[in-house]
Design a protein around this ligand. Structure first.
Ligand code: SF4
Length: 950
């Protein structure tokens, strides 16, 4: 079988061929040994269980009209017919007997867990009138949409801008903001798109192969690359499944990765194995000002000597001392990377970036290796997400909003790539604002964010949050504190347009409600998707369109015009209008390809579910500047080509090419932005010691701390009752088959993974007084503790303990809300002001439901919730929450029980204040809130970027 994607699907010979999708026949396994045929319609859609957006095929039983199973869509160019375990588990989610099927409204006090069914009309009326009033009263900032799992972003951005508000919040600052900042400082694009399949050396800074970002599409290509001879190195303190596949496992002490990467860069520089022509042509080396040296007017060679001196301290021996990785391995891998040259691929997204203070530096340092090897924009190298991800244009786009919401982008963190979402409870506590109407979208911050008890305190306070709707496909710990729980569809019950940077190519995929598609194909007509979904499960596209009409029923507010059909003026926009227009007008090659099959572009996408746009994606920086941009342009002294004062390209080898979207239009080895925004010590890629570095651990215990600088790192203040030895807790890995909140209603997945013990190295087990697997341990954080079992394993660096997130679900009601197969029934109480205790009353047991299999649940563990015991740690530069925790670990006492949790939110507020004090706030040059050239989600107009003088 060839891995090469072919548009006819023949690369996967065992997948049903497209011509048979309208009547695919299989034998019914339950009828065996009789040969009973089952007939299916196969309808493509897109998986919703992570951001990879793999292609699913829904097998719709022709007899019952029900989806019986999901398999991979061979016509999807990124996933190529293959799925991870979570894709097929969609079947559990849609048939979950405990799912929310109708809009629900609370009927008791907020958080009391009493609900009654309501109608979509009542929901639209209630929210429409509250939002309309807020907008008319110039209180637009009080309307907030907060997304957990992304999707339907296009229509959401449109909605918020049509309403004229700055109200988009996201989860990104607990996920990937640090890595994004590291990348965008180099080349504006905030994500890597490695060409693993064609690489000769692949370096992964996490468990990317098994569970990272876009991991199924990437994993396939990493294995393709390995099968073609590529070497794989993995930096991870854990012996993950990914590390077990590697040629080099480099178990770095958490947070020291940048030291190792800079040591590799030093080897490549010192041995003169770098691509001098690439560095000279494609970096802004002439801008460098460092260590009293100015490159302007100096030769390239002199600059290189200065770089060598600057990085001289990063000897492999220094890196070994910091990281624990042997110096000889660092040298060996550095040489292999140099030999791979332009075919060096890498990936960093979470891992060291999301765990550590200064987590944006590993991305900066990793990119330095790509720049030195000339592996940027190359076959087998590092490409930019913006080159491989397709963003279609929609019709009649609303103008950017005039407002700036400081609850989203406060002045303290001017370089944050995304909203400071995890600080929202603290911002409201500080009196920075309130929320009138709050939408959480597939978002469970009480459980997935740090400091969940501060979220509970915020959500239950009706002064702070006036009206809260949880738009969710499943019950969650956050939905419990909502006013409305609004059921939204899973992957086979909704529309979305997806495109990700999965490989060296560009594609789009179409998520669609399969039952509606089939019934409309048969000639039925529906106004709303909830008319064909289970119960009254809806989809957001139609919800936002209808809500916008409710806010502006006669069009007088100027909102309704953006939700009218581009084909039937004055009539309400439909999903067919919305996507049909994009497919007709803004997807290159799609109309022509569809026409060859006698289909409209929309029909083509409904039939195949995905479309590959191009594979011409390398070296996009070398494209010539368009003739229209060249007209009336000028070349500045630094070679940047400008038109009307805005950069449009750069001169390289006497040619005007588009370059990168940075101020210099080149890869920014030197970041003037960092200097301009008060971080002059970080203009070049550097190593920034993490908050869990050994020196910080020593400082937390009042010991003499070598190299500890409180200007960069807050000192941990332990709660008075905390005891035990100090460790670093690694809390950000996941078991590959779990999905944040949404695996809670996937019985196949929970049957496989339902425990999250504390990983302890045997050396530490001995140090802790002879800990054995199964012993009960108490882990103290800065704000409380949690209690769980130990798992003694050599698959972890000594000095570090680890616990998987994605487990530890809990519910307050014994019988309902949050699936019983995946949650513990708990006693949750506030025992003093801001002091919260949780104790498990009953863990998982078999139970009666509409699904007979829930009586066969054999596991009894729901795991332990650790995130709720973590304070917020906003990185002073990127704003990212730094997930790793300095903890004290001891054997549990006689009064401690498995799953016990205690948190003091007064302490968490104090930790927030200590971290906030490290930030260097706006204004920047010219009174700016943040650099104009750095992207911003749902970007306001330029005038809003300037801080208004009172
Ligand atoms: S990697 Fe797995 S969960 Fe993610 S989209 Fe693909 S099949 Fe779904």
């Amino acid at each position: 079988m060839s891995n090469e994607f072919k548009r006819d699907g023949s690369h996967l010979a065992y997948c049903p061929p497209v011509e048979k999708w309208e009547d695919w026949v299989e034998l019914d396994p339950e009828a065996w040994p009789r040969r009973v045929e089952k007939h299916y319609d196969l309808v493509p859609t897109i998986c919703f269980n992570c951001e990879s957006a793999c292609g699913l095929l829904a097998y719709v039983n022709k007899e019952t009209g029900q989806v019986d199973k999901f398999e991979g869509n061979p016509m999807h160019p990124a996933s190529r017919g293959r799925l991870c375990a979570k894709g097929p588990a969609t079947i559990n989610q849609i048939h979950d007997p405990d799912r929310v099927l109708y809009p629900m409204k609370r009927v008791g006090a907020r958080g009391a867990g009493k609900w009654a069914r309501t109608s979509w009309d009542e929901v639209l009326e209630t929210f429409g009138s509250r939002i309309r009033k807020a907008i008319l009263e110039e209180r637009g900032e009080e309307v907030m949409y907060h997304v957990g799992r992304p999707g339907h972003d296009f229509i959401m951005d449109r909605t918020l801008q049509a309403w004229g508000i700055d109200g988009h919040n996201s989860h990104t600052n607990v996920c990937s903001s640090s890595a994004r900042l590291g990348y965008l400082l180099w080349h504006y694009a905030d994500r890597p798109s490695p060409d693993h399949a064609n690489a000769r050396f692949i370096l992964l800074l996490s468990a990317h192969l098994e569970s990272g970002h876009y991991f199924n599409p990437h994993a396939q290509r990493i294995i393709d690359g390995k099968m073609a001879g590529a070497k794989l190195a993995v930096m991870d303190p854990r012996l993950s499944n990914t590390a077990s596949m590697a040629d080099y496992w480099m178990p770095t002490y958490p947070g020291t990765e940048a030291a190792v990467l800079l040591a590799m860069a030093k080897v490549i520089l010192d041995e003169n194995r770098f691509d001098a022509a690439f560095v000279k042509n494609w970096t802004n080396w002439e801008d460098i000002e460092v260590d009293g040296f100015r490159a302007k007017g100096q030769s390239f060679e002199v600059m290189i000597e200065t770089l060598k001196k600057h990085y001289a301290k990063f000897t492999p021996q220094f890196a070994e001392k910091e990281s624990g990785v042997k110096a000889e391995i660092i040298v060996k891998t550095a040489r292999e990377i140099a030999s791979a040259g332009s075919r060096f691929a890498s990936h960093l997204w979470r891992g060291s970036a999301s765990g550590n203070l200064g987590g944006w530096q590993p991305a900066r340092a990793l990119m330095l290796l790509h720049v030195l090897t000339g592996s940027v924009g190359t076959e087998g190298g590092h490409n930019l997400n913006a080159w491989n991800k397709f963003v279609p244009k929609a019709f009649k786009v609303p103008p950017p909003q005039k407002r700036w919401n400081e609850l989203l982008y406060p002045q303290e963190w001017p370089l944050c790539t995304h909203e400071m979402s995890f600080l929202l409870p603290h911002f409201l506590k500080e009196g920075r604002g309130r929320i009138e109407a709050y939408f959480t979208r597939v978002f469970n911050p009480v459980w997935t964010f740090p400091d969940g008890f501060s979220w509970i305190e915020m959500l239950r306070d009706e002064e702070k949050v006036g009206l809260h709707a949880a738009l969710t496909p499943t019950w969650s710990e956050t939905a419990w504190f909502a006013d409305y729980v609004l059921p939204m569809g899973f992957s086979s019950e909704r529309h979305d347009l997806m495109s990700m940077e999965s490989y060296a190519g560009k594609w789009i995929g179409f998520r669609q409600p399969v039952t509606r598609v089939l019934r409309e194909r048969a000639g039925e007509k529906f106004e709303y998707t909830y008319q064909t979904n289970p119960g009254e499960v809806w989809e957001e596209d139609e919800f936002w369109i209808d809500l916008s009409w409710k806010i502006d029923p006669d069009g007088a507010m100027g909102i309704r015009q953006y939700f009218e059909s581009p084909y039937r003026p004055g009539e309400k926009l439909t999903v067919d209008d919305y996507y049909g227009w994009m497919f007709d007008n803004s997807v290159p090659g799609l109309p022509e390809t569809a026409k060859k099959e006698g289909l409209t572009p929309l029909q083509y996408m409904r039939k195949y579910g995905a479309f590959e746009i191009t594979r011409d994606v390398y070296k996009q920086n070398e494209r010539p500047v368009a003739a229209a941009d060249l007209a009336d342009s000028r070349v500045e002294s630094n070679g940047v080509v400008t038109k009307a004062g805005k950069p449009v390209g750069v001169m390289v080898d006497d040619k005007a090419v588009v370059g990168y979207n940075t101020p210099s239009r080149k890869l920014e080895l030197f970041s003037k932005t960092m200097a301009d925004w008060k971080w002059p010590e970080f203009t070049l890629p550097e190593y920034y010691r993490s908050h869990i570095h050994r020196s910080a651990q020593a400082a937390s215990q009042g010991q003499e701390a070598d190299d500890f600088d409180p200007k960069y790192t807050p000192v941990v203040e332990w709660p008075k009752d905390s005891r035990g030895d100090v460790y670093t807790l690694l809390p950000i890995f996941r078991l590959p088959n779990l999905i944040h909140t949404r695996s809670g209603n996937a019985k196949f997945l929970y049957e496989i993974s339902h425990k999250n013990p504390l990983w302890v190295n045997p050396v530490d087990a001995k140090r802790l007084g002879g800990v054995r697997t199964g012993d009960l341990m108490k882990v103290h954080t800065e704000i409380g503790y949690f209690v769980l079992h130990a798992w003694v394993t050599e698959g972890l660096t000594p000095g570090v303990v680890a616990c998987s997130h994605h487990l530890g679900r809990w519910r307050i009601n014994k019988e309902d809300q949050v699936e019983r197969m995946s949650s513990a029934w708990v006693d949750l109480r506030e025992v003093g002001k801001g002091q919260w205790k949780m104790r498990q009353l009953e863990s998982v047991t078999p139970y009666e439901s509409a699904d007979p299999e829930t009586k066969r649940v054999w596991w009894s563990d729901a795991g332990v919730h650790q995130d709720i015991t973590f304070p917020v740690h906003p990185d002073p530069v990127s704003g990212m929450h730094c997930w790793h925790q300095m903890v004290r670990v001891e054997k549990a006492g006689v009064d401690d029980r498995y799953g016990d949790i205690f948190v003091d939110t007064n302490l968490s507020f104090a930790v927030y204040q200590r971290w906030k004090a490290l930030a260097r706030p706006a204004p920047g040059p010219g009174g700016l809130r943040r650099p104009l050239w750095i992207p911003r989600v749902v970007r306001p107009e330029e005038a809003a970027f300037y801080i208004k003088k009172e």
